[in-house]
Design a protein. Structure first.
Length: 193
């Protein structure tokens, strides 16, 4: 596997963005538990909890918080609404690409709504604010997403003391993928590294 020479300065500092509007009734609780678990493990986090931004325009007042992070995880909703959550994930990706200074590591989760074109836009490797990125490559259930992101960011935090690299993102993604495989969970994530 070849990875890029990309380097993002600093120890991983994560901003968790809850973009779900809690439409299915569990997503905000998921984000809260994920944030709390990461905080207990001593990971670098931005804010006192997940940033709630149910619509793109709600991100603008939080550009400083986004700037403080070198990793951003966006979690969309889990319901079959129009537009699907994968389309909303693409909207957040495009907004950040237009408004956020990089380089950053971007991770997105659209739960059961998977669109290969959205994942390709995020993982395609074209120049953008996030030269390192994670996106679903299949529909993802809550347990799969929770385990994957906990393992991915835990490994990143353990091994990237001064900088994030393409190699470290690849390694963290490999460890998280192996955890899902061992638990016989089918969710698949792609990593741009």
């Amino acid at each position: 596997m070849l990875w890029s020479a990309t380097v993002i300065e600093g120890r991983p500092t994560l901003l968790v963005v809850d973009a779900s509007r809690n439409l299915a009734g569990w997503e905000s609780g998921f984000c809260d538990r994920l944030f709390t678990t990461m905080r207990r493990r001593g990971m670098g986090l931005v804010g006192a909890g997940p940033l709630r931004a149910g619509h793109l325009e709600e991100l603008s007042p939080h550009l400083d918080a986004i700037d403080d992070a070198n990793c951003v995880l966006i979690v969309t909703h889990d319901s079959e609404t129009n537009p699907p959550s994968s389309v909303e994930l693409l909207g957040y990706w495009e907004w950040m690409n237009a408004h956020v200074r990089g380089p950053k590591l971007f991770a997105g989760c659209s739960w059961r709504s998977y669109d290969p074109e959205v994942s390709q836009a995020i993982l395609g490797g074209a120049p953008h604010f996030a030269p390192l990125a994670v996106a679903p490559r299949s529909p993802v259930a809550p347990r799969e997403g929770g385990l994957y992101f906990m393992k991915f960011f835990t490994e990143l935090d353990l091994h990237a003391e001064k900088e994030l690299s393409g190699r470290m993102a690849w390694f963290s993604g490999s460890k998280a993928r192996e955890l899902l495989r061992r638990r016989r969970l089918g969710g698949v994530f792609g990593v741009l590294c």
